[in-house]
Design a protein around this ligand. Structure first.
Ligand code: NAP
Length: 482
């Protein structure tokens, strides 16, 4: 199968923070791969910006080494790399200061789509919005891209939104949650709204429970300073898990249109019930399995920051009332896995003598590893010997279904950056969505700080604290395996 590549309009993309970790690991490799796929026009122009004084040639060397390090070997070729490096320029500008802006402005083409990627610390977002405007770089049609974390609570998110709104319209602001750029996330919408099969049973009458898991086998690495201020709730639940929850639970939008979709997602967040104390379990990983414990890694022996959280959540609306959504995320767990799983109820009347090995019909939508969809179905065990039942998976890996030999799945950043150039906000969070997510999460975090709730320790390489298992056992349910 050959991927359809529709080239985007010529663009100028300024990466503020062009030498940083995110630019090297994600943004530059994504652009290189889009150029190689034929989607990035040859006259597109990418400008890396940082405070360091660097000639463009040195920046091109930084970009070349990033491509060599972060792009798969089979996707590297000298011709594409040369073409890509020719698109790059570097300018040193301290975004807090007044120097260097006119040199940056001179690089902009008037007839190109203009994108400013704020790949710098969030504390610089406001000043950067102001400067791009005051220094005459911003145009009414330009776009800005901001990375998570978007605020650390409702108040800070609102302040950021207000400050950016002073310079940019909402239709110009692209708040990235890279989970939304994954193929499977969009497939969740295709699956639900493009097949008559699922939508009629996608409700509390037929669905027993929904589980959303984002498990990581790695620890916090060198992000200790940031992570200890954030924790799993702010780092993962407020954004990634909430977005997956919204896409799973939302009503069908009237049309596939960015605002119609975001309106429906917002309604889901607004229908979330308050989470009771007994419905949250938080944990912190210990030393073991060949690695240090969280307290050692974060450098704060008294830290009460959670590296694991599990929650039972109620979506209090007509469709979902009575069907719990269980969310769980953690670091240093048994494996790295992101999936949404929908467990259907048993048939109302059971006509067979036996139950076989049934655990119930189950649909699992995997975001990583190996993006795809698995459905467990009950069938008759083949062969003579009566009506014996058995559960089998109907497994679809997207890579296999789409023939990985000819079509490699684009990384989330490739899709998202091209969507920014196209002006399509479907896969980006709107300001009111982000604020609503914070106002749901804030009371949970506040309660932890006020009541000194327990943090359960867990051994690395496991499924997290045992108390998270009880969260489901007490409802006579089980987590899916990590
Ligand atoms: P980083 O490695 O620390 O890089 C920061 C970049 O910003 C560097 O290029 C730095 O260059 C530049 N910079 C810093 N202060 C500046 C100033 N006053 N004026 C102009 N440039 C300045 O950070 P990062 O990991 O790439 O993260 C960038 C953003 O993405 C952050 O908001 C982060 O939270 C977010 N994010 C990162 C990741 C990730 O995987 N890295 C994932 C999700 C979100 P100079 O030192 O030369 O100025």
């Amino acid at each position: 199968m050959v991927a359809t590549v529709i080239p985007v309009d010529p663009f100028d993309l300024v990466i503020f923070g062009g030498t940083g970790d995110l630019a090297r690991r994600k943004i530059l490799p994504a652009l290189y791969r889009r150029l190689r796929a034929g989607q990035m026009p040859k006259n597109a122009h990418v400008v890396g910006v940082g405070r360091k004084v660097l000639p463009t040639e040195a920046y091109r060397q930084i970009a070349a080494s990033a491509i060599r390090e972060f792009v798969r070997r089979e996707e590297q070729d000298a011709g594409s790399l040369d073409d890509f490096l020719r698109c790059l320029t570097y300018r040193n500008v301290d975004v807090r200061g007044r120097e260097g802006w006119s040199e940056l402005r001179e690089l902009m083409c008037t007839d190109h789509v203009r994108v400013f990627y704020f790949s710098v610390a969030p504390s610089l977002f406001s000043i950067l919005s102001e400067r791009t405007h005051d220094e005459d770089l911003a145009t009414p049609d330009c776009r800005i891209v901001v990375e998570k974390p978007f605020g650390h609570d409702f108040a800070s998110a609102r302040t950021l939104n207000t400050e950016m709104a002073a310079t940019f319209d909402e239709h110009q602001i692209y708040r990235i949650d890279h989970y939304l750029g994954k193929e499977t996330v969009q497939n969740l919408m295709a699956l639900r709204f493009g097949n008559a099969l699922f939508e009629p049973v996608w409700n509390s009458q037929f669905v027993d429970n929904v589980q959303i898991t984002v498990a990581e086998s790695i620890g916090i690495g060198d992000r200790g300073g940031y992570y200890d201020e954030a924790g799993a709730m702010r780092d993962m639940v407020q954004n990634h898990l909430m977005q997956l929850l919204c896409l799973t639970a939302m009503e069908p939008p009237a049309q596939f249109d960015p605002d119609a979709i975001r309106d429906e997602k917002l309604k889901v967040i607004k229908s979330l019930g308050p989470v009771m104390r007994k419905d949250v379990v938080r944990g912190q990983y210990l030393k073991g399995n060949g690695g240090s414990g969280y307290l050692e890694e974060c450098g704060n022996p008294k830290s009460r920051t959670e590296t694991f959280v599990a929650l039972k959540v109620q979506v209090d609306n007509w469709r979902w009332s009575g069907t719990p959504f269980y969310l769980r995320t953690g670091k240093r767990l048994r494996s790295t896995l992101t999936e949404v799983s929908v467990a259907f109820k048993d048939p109302r009347h059971w006509i067979f003598d036996e139950h076989g090995n049934r655990k119930g019909t189950n649909l699992a939508i995997r975001l990583q590893p190996n993006e795809g969809i698995t459905m467990r179905m009950t069938i008759k065990d083949p062969g003579p010997g009566g009506m014996r039942l058995k559960e089998v998976p109907l497994d679809m890996s997207f890579a296999d279904a789409l023939d990985e030999g000819t079509l490699t799945m684009p990384d989330a950043y490739e899709r998202l950056i091209m969507d920014v150039v196209r002006g399509n906000q479907t896969l980006f969070m709107r300001g009111d969505e982000v604020e609503a997510a914070w106002s749901w999460v804030d009371p949970i975090i506040l309660r932890w700080s006020q009541d000194g709730s327990v943090i359960h320790e867990y051994e690395p390489g496991t499924v997290g604290p045992i108390e998270s298992l009880f969260l489901l056992h007490r409802d006579s349910r089980y987590w899916r395996e990590i």
